[in-house]
Design a protein around this ligand. Structure first.
Ligand code: ASC
Length: 150
């Protein structure tokens, strides 16, 4: 008999194998999905940033937890940039769809820095966390400057 865990793994694998567009009934759903992911990332990255910038006292466990959430959630928003979701309640610029390889490379770069940040955060050294936070923030800003309207 299959365990619930292995069934869940199969369902997850199938979901990820579907063409991205098939995961969303309407373009608005894709927009909402990616914006929700970005909001979650901003919330958890912001909590880390408050510590990195000395606005709230450093708490090593909280830093590690927030960085782990950022690294995980960073994988989610990009399936939401489906064809046809460039119009509507979105600041996404047309360049996302006209230069998809560059856009995806920027996303992967950010995801890589987020993983590094989460590993560094587990180490509990504030100076190293500050540095990794800064590197990750640069990758956020890099894509926002190019691909997000003001
Ligand atoms: C955040 C947030 C972003 C990035 C960016 C980094 O906390 O919401 O979009 O960091 O400002 O420069």
């Amino acid at each position: 008999m299959k365990s619930p865990l292995s069934i869940a793994a199969v369902v997850a694998a199938l979901t990820m194998a579907l063409p991205a567009a098939a995961q969303f009934a309407k373009p608005e759903d894709a927009i909402k999905y990616r914006q929700s992911g970005m909001s979650l990332m901003a919330a958890h990255f912001g909590r880390l940033g408050a510590m990195a910038n000395g606005k709230v006292p450093f708490d090593a466990n909280a830093a590690a937890e927030n960085a782990e959430v950022v690294a995980f959630v960073s994988k989610l928003p990009f399936s939401g940039f489906v064809e046809g979701s460039d119009k509507g309640n979105t600041k996404a610029k047309p360049e996302i769809w006209s230069e998809p390889d560059k856009f995806r490379a920027g996303a992967r770069n950010m995801q890589g820095e987020a993983v590094k940040l989460s590993l560094v955060a587990k180490g509990g050294n504030l100076d190293r966390i500050k540095a990794a936070f800064g590197e990750t923030a640069k990758t956020c800003k890099g894509c926002h400057d190019t691909y997000r309207a003001q």
